[in-house]
Design a protein around this ligand. Sequence first.
Ligand SMILES: *[C@@H]1O[C@H](CO)[C@@H](O)[C@H](O)[C@H]1NC(C)=O
Ligand SMILES: *[C@@H]1O[C@H](CO)[C@@H](O)[C@H](O)[C@H]1NC(C)=O
Ligand SMILES: *[C@@H]1O[C@H](CO)[C@@H](O)[C@H](O)[C@H]1NC(C)=O
Ligand SMILES: *[C@@H]1O[C@H](CO)[C@@H](O)[C@H](O)[C@H]1NC(C)=O
Ligand SMILES: *[C@@H]1O[C@H](CO)[C@@H](O)[C@H](O)[C@H]1NC(C)=O
Length: 308
Amino acid sequence: MDNPRHYFLWDARSFLLCSVVFSFLELSLCCPKECSCEHLLVNCTDRQLEEFPSGIPMDTRQLILTHNNLTYLPSVDLNLLIDLVYLDCSHNILGNSLEATFIAMPLVYLDLSHNNITKITSATFYLLTSLVVLKLSDNPNLEEIEKDAFANNTGLRQLDLSRTALTYLDVTTVSELPSLRTLGLSSNPWDCYCPLKDLLKWVMESDIYFTDEENLTCTTPAHIHGELLKNTEKHINLMCFTNLYERDYIFLMLVGFVIFGSGTVVAWITGVCIVIYDRLCGTSEDDEDEEDEEPPPPPKPKKKEEEA
Ligand SMILES: *[C@@H]1O[C@H](CO)[C@@H](O)[C@H](O)[C@H]1NC(C)=O
Ligand SMILES: *[C@@H]1O[C@H](CO)[C@@H](O)[C@H](O)[C@H]1NC(C)=O
Ligand SMILES: *[C@@H]1O[C@H](CO)[C@@H](O)[C@H](O)[C@H]1NC(C)=O
Ligand SMILES: *[C@@H]1O[C@H](CO)[C@@H](O)[C@H](O)[C@H]1NC(C)=O
Ligand SMILES: *[C@@H]1O[C@H](CO)[C@@H](O)[C@H](O)[C@H]1NC(C)=O
């Protein structure tokens, strides 16, 4: 430590450290002009924002962007917020699938309700492994959620998919979430035909809490329009299983007919063959018989001629 070089190094290090700390302080002290910031919470509610606000402190833990006009979230800016656990982007006009938007954040709460999201793929939320609450309700153009869309969100306790355009959802998308307690599926135009039967069965048997259950109904087919998903067992049994048996019977009958038909044809051909064979063999035998009956040419006269 007596060595002046050490002093110099130490000074340089502390200077660097100080400037880093200072710039961090500066970053955390500043606040986007459209927002209010306090205690690691940045609130930009209802400011007619069309772009993600710049200059959000890097140590922000809660970010509220609700009731704005955001059409997209810039992944780079968003993922600089490495401490962000709470993000409310409800009531905007975010579109598409938001793939590659969320990368490095420890998000626990994510609200994307009341937007214009059209599709959720397996790459939308797969890196948000800390998620506990996810709200996707009131996205009127959300038509598709891929089967393994939430496969990595194993901590998910609350998931809201109400009031979207979903007609179908693969049951494993939700049934294999080990922590799920509350699920919103209501007021979607569910197409309660046989492809949905596994989800319907799961809704009947699951002990999860379904929000707004009186609006958890089928839209199609027409004869069970407005029926609660929970009360569709009879229809599903009639529609899917009995029909299957009927189809099986028809199939079996067809197979029977085919076997019967081909059997008849085979029998007929065999018969014809036997007859033809019989005829052919019969004539040849007759020929042989005729040949047999023909008296062999007597050599004797020749001998006699020779003798003569
Ligand atoms: C955010 O700000 C709005 C008004 O600008 C206010 O109504 C709301 O309560 C605030 N939210 C929080 C969590 O402080
Ligand atoms: C933002 O959207 C609202 C409706 O949601 C609209 O009334 C307003 O004009 C929009 N503002 C801008 C700046 O586009
Ligand atoms: C919502 O998305 C649909 C389909 O991508 C598009 O046609 C429509 O214009 C969008 N609505 C808004 C308000 O951006
Ligand atoms: C889950 O996340 C990890 C990274 O945290 C990733 O490597 C893996 O592919 C993800 N699995 C799925 C099914 O998306
Ligand atoms: C069910 O939906 C109707 C209209 O779609 C709505 O008026 C009603 O409030 C909903 N029920 C609940 C409990 O939200």
